[in-house]
Structures are given as C-alpha cells and as structure tokens.
Design a protein around this ligand. Structure first.
Ligand code: PMM
Length: 278
C-alpha cells in the first residue's frame, strides 16, 4: 500500500465511489458492499489512479449520517480494494472515519470541509501522516448555499483555502502532504464555479497539488439546460470530460470523475497536447 501521492506523467484520475443512499448522481447504486467493491475494481481496471470512497453524501441539502454508519459503509470496501493493491482516498469530514479508513489500508484523506467540520481532523491527519486533501468549504450541506456570497470569489476562496492550509500546518501536517481543492458547488453558484475554473492558475500557482471535482455537478446541468430544464446528471458526462481536459491543461494534479474512462482519455489528450509543444 502506498502512503505517498501517486504520480504519472499526466493529471491523475480519481474514480468516485459513493457508498451512500442519497448522492446526487449515483445515490443507492453502490450502498451494498459487494456492489461497491465491484465498481471500485472496475474503475481500477479501466485505469483510475485512485478510488475515492465516501459513506456520507455531501449533495446540497443532505442530512448527516452517524459516524458508525459511515465507517460500516466504507471500511469493508477499502479493505477489499487495498487487498488488491488499489490506492484509495477516504471522502469524510470525520477524524474517526478517516482513522478507521487509513487503518483499513486507505492512502489519502479527502476532507471536503478542509479540516473545519471536525476539530480532530487536522491533528489526526498530522498523526497519520498521509496525503491530505483540503477542500474549500463554508458550511454543512443542509444549508451551504446560503453561504454562497463573495466579494471576489477567486481571491476569497483562495484566501480561505490557504487559511485551512495554515491551520493544518500548525497542527503538524507536513507541507508535502497537502493537496488543495476549490470545492466546486460547495457554497457556490454556477457563476462562482465558472469563475474558479477560469482562474485555476491562481490555485495551481499557490504551490500545492490541485484537485478539480466537477463531475456531473449541477452547474453543468444548468449550462446544458433546454427551455429552463437542467440536463439531468446522466447527461453531463461530455461536459465533465471537457472540464477534465481543460483542468489537465491548466495544471490540475488530479480530476475526480464518475466516468473514469472518459476523464482518463481527456487527461491523456491534454498530456499529449502539452508534450507536443515541447
Ligand atoms: N465533491 C463531492 C464529494 N467529494 N471531494 C472533493 N475533494 N471535492 C469535491 O468537489 C467533492 C468531493 C460531491 O460529489 P459526489 O456526490 O458526486 O461525490
């Protein structure tokens, strides 16, 4: 099992594995352990560099699930994937879940709250000494859209994110463990998301690996709406692929995607495009 960041001569692709009842695009599909494991194995066979395992939905409006339920959902899946040598990340806002996942063989902590939701998360990440994804976040999903107010969304999000980084460093997390993520869709309108994507260079320039997670999110549904009806999540795949390609060109370390093959193709195209210049 690897505790260091996977590397490749292109942006990485993180496959989404939501072991939840209510995620916005795949809720309920992989709630059963065996189905979740099979889906993880399948994404790995296709070429996912990482599998992001989550046991709690973060879609807008979602209610929280108890920690023991979250642990019971993710640990058997992580154990099974780790036994196959597959690198996983744990998508959680709870230190207890992160610890259980890492003990089960998980390689990376992915905290969408950037260490804010659980005061134990930063010290736990420091102690476990694994790569640690800090996402920009302002409030729990139930009411996060009420916090989608910014003076300058790019500079505000970057400043808040770097404050999260400083807090993690102060708790003892090593600098080389940190990955940042602008948190598309979390306390952000569609315009905010596009502004952040258009200035990905500001985040890449901060000096930490950057994760971009746009897959199937509702701002893509809005972009592709017809007569005011948003395109449903299943029809947002090509737009997601376009964002994966553009993010890779823009220097993203990793893109998070439900449809691994499409995003993998996209980041390979981007790498070849960049190499052609050299
Ligand atoms: N988005 C979701 C879940 N986990 N993790 C990171 N680091 N960044 C994100 O933007 C993010 C995440 C919500 O999407 P899903 O319901 O499709 O998993």
């Amino acid at each position: 099992m690897t505790r260091t960041l996977p590397s490749a001569d292109r942006s990485l692709v993180m496959g989404v594995l939501n072991v939840t009842a209510d995620s916005f695009s795949d809720g309920g599909r992989f709630l059963q352990t065996d189905r979740a494991i099979e889906h993880g194995l399948q994404m790995h066979r296709i070429g996912a560099d990482l599998i992001d395992v989550g046991g709690e939905s973060t879609r807008p409006g979602a209610e929280r699930v108890p920690a023991d339920v979250e642990i019971a959902r993710v640990v058997p899946v992580i154990e099974a994937l780790s036994a196959e040598g597959i690198a996983t990340s744990i998508d959680t806002m709870r230190a207890s879940v992160a610890r259980a996942a890492i003990e089960a063989g998980c390689a990376i902590i992915n905290d969408v709250s950037g260490g804010l939701a659980d005061p134990e998360m930063n010290p736990t990440a420091a102690e476990l000494d694994v790569p640690y994804i800090l996402m920009h976040w302002r409030a729990h999903s139930r009411d996060m859209q009420a916090f989608a107010r910014y003076d300058d969304v790019v500079e505000d999000v970057l400043r808040e994110l770097l404050t999260r980084v400083d807090e993690a460093l102060a708790a003892g997390v090593r600098r080389e463990r940190i990955i940042i993520d602008p948190g598309l869709g979390f306390a952000k309108t569609a315009d905010h998301n596009w502004a952040l994507l258009s200035r990905l260079d500001r985040f890449v320039g901060a000096g930490y690996p950057v994760l971009v997670a746009a897959s199937r999110k509702s701002f893509l549904g809005s972009l592709l709406s017809v007569d005011g009806t948003p395109r449903p999540p299943g029809g947002r795949e090509d737009a997601t692929t376009a964002i994966s390609a553009l993010s890779a060109i823009g220097g993203a370390w990793c893109v998070r995607a439900h449809h691994v093959q499409a995003s993998l193709d996209a980041v390979k195209v981007a790498a070849a495009w960049k190499a052609g210049r050299a």
